[in-house]
Design a protein around this ligand. Sequence first.
Ligand code: SAM
Length: 224
Amino acid sequence: MSKLYLVPTPIGNLRDITYRAVEILGSVDLILAEDTRQASKLLNHYRITTPVRSHHKFNEHQSVDAICSRILSGTDVALISDAGTPGISDPGFLLVRACVTRNIEVETLPGPSAFLPALVNSGLPCDKFCFEGFLPPKKGRTKRLAFLASEERTMIFYESPYKLLRTLDDLSSAFGPDRKACVSRELTKIYEENIRGTLDEVSRHYKAHAPKGEIVIIVAGKEN
Ligand code: SAM
């Protein structure tokens, strides 16, 4: 029976992909990619010639029904995003939900995602954690931060370099400047950097060194 595969792809270092991920990308009938040009860098590197079609947040609402019909009629489909695991702050959820509703088999391969190495590398407790992804940029931001002020688990946030300083200041106001944190930047890439300290210390570091690249912020939970 045909199925949908969710295939994690590298978050920077092209070698961070499993043998099985490469095999599946080479053997399915169709790859759905968030950005076909980005996908072609990976697919060319591994000499994968499977046809690729675009599937991103602007067309996924319209295309899930057609994709499900194709899988039901015998097409094996793999979904990839620009980096990491599809569905994690990336398109994927809508398609998985549509497949589950129609009893289409879904198989998600284990593989890269930015939040796990950042969490484990932070030195903050990783026995219990919560993934917050990107904070709301405007509406709901203050409310979410107020809600998280009593969170006891280690928290994980995704952020862009342009908004890092503002977010560190907001986290500091909500949780206090002495809360422990770690900012992981450019994981798996040449300029990988992990800055650990209090929110105040980490913020002062990035005020002195303008951040560039991709960023995960890990913040300790409230001590009980
Ligand atoms: N699906 C991806 C995953 O599984 O991690 C996340 C996609 S989300 C659109 C992109 C965000 O992930 C970036 O803004 C950054 O916060 C984080 N990210 C992705 N690659 C990263 C890297 N190499 N180093 C640090 N953060 C990264």
